[in-house]
Design a protein around this ligand. Structure first.
Ligand code: A2P
Length: 272
């Protein structure tokens, strides 16, 4: 018996199309708890280096499951990069950690955030203070030409529990001098100051302790933080942000915002 073909006017069944879908182009796992990935960039998306967007996947109920992620790539890059923790029972990152090249993610193209140059008054020395995945916005800002136009010196501090958790940041900092686009602008302006708290490394301890007892300034051979010359951007856990804020206030710096630029700005590192 031959199969009978039934022709109807109904549209053929389609695979569901994700809203605001972007395609994964690169994934790298740094540790069993950290990974970075790159996705295509919507042509219409403009952002300032240091800002964040909402990204995610479709949840089990077919509703978008979105979280805030700092964009780790600079504003001039053709693609978008993100740096993420893997939370085994986290609603989003338990799934997101399995993405592969060619997969799609959802990206809401509405960038916002306070870790932007517009929120700081002019200065000479810029401090980036990060813990854990709070490094992400600085991965963007360290590749942003404006950072080098605006400052003579950039000090990137990154505190993690273990040495392996520093790898993404270390590789990024090491790549700056050879970057074809910004290598010449960087020209020795970046000082990198990684510290660990739970595993032996050249600099041990929380950056807050090392600021309070003056170790950072001695190690780097520089003057303490001064409101006339120093500016700072901070991204870490709530506790970290509060402790660094108190220290910066103690040095006489004032917190700024997009609408009211001042001497430092703070953003919470987002956890999926
Ligand atoms: P510690 O190991 O002493 O808690 P977490 O993974 O908990 O977010 O921490 C990431 C890194 O940030 C760890 O090295 C941790 O140090 C450090 N850290 C956490 N809270 C603070 C804080 N309030 N001030 C300075 N460093 C902090």
């Amino acid at each position: 018996m031959t199969e009978m073909m039934i022709v109807t006017d109904a549209a053929p069944a389609k695979t569901p199309v994700l809203p605001d879908a972007q395609t994964v182009t690169h994934v790298k796992h740094w540790t069993d708890q950290l990974f970075s990935f790159r996705v295509t960039r919507p042509k219409s998306l403009r952002f300032r280096s240091g800002e964040f967007v909402m990204i995610g996947l479709l949840g089990d109920n077919a509703k978008p499951l979105l979280r805030a992620y700092s964009i780790a790539s600079p504003s001039w890059d053709d693609e978008l990069e993100f740096y993420s923790i893997k939370v085994q029972d986290g609603p989003l990152t338990s799934k997101l950690q399995h993405i592969k090249v060619g997969d799609q993610i959802i990206l809401r193209p509405k960038p916002v955030g306070t870790l932007v140059h517009d929120a700081l008054l002019p200065g000479k020395r810029l401090w980036f203070f990060a813990t854990g995945t709070g490094f992400a916005p600085f991965a963007s800002l360290l590749r942003e030409p404006e950072t080098y136009d605006n400052y003579d010196e950039i000090i990137m501090t990154h505190t993690c529990r273990d040495v392996a958790e520093l790898a993404y940041g270390r590789e990024l900092v090491n790549s700056l001098n050879d970057d074809p686009l910004i290598g010449e602008m960087v020209a020795g302006k970046v000082r990198y100051y990684p510290t660990t708290t739970r595993e032996q490394s050249p600099v041990m301890g929380r950056i807050t302790t090392l600021l309070n007892d003056g170790t950072v300034f001695r190690d780097l051979g520089i003057d303490p933080i001064n409101p006339d010359t120093d500016r700072a951007m901070v991204c870490g856990s709530l506790g970290f942000n509060k402790d660094i804020k108190d220290i910066l206030d103690g040095f006489g710096l004032k917190e700024g915002a997009n609408s009211d630029p001042a001497q430092y700005v703070v953003e919470k590192a987002f956890v999926g």
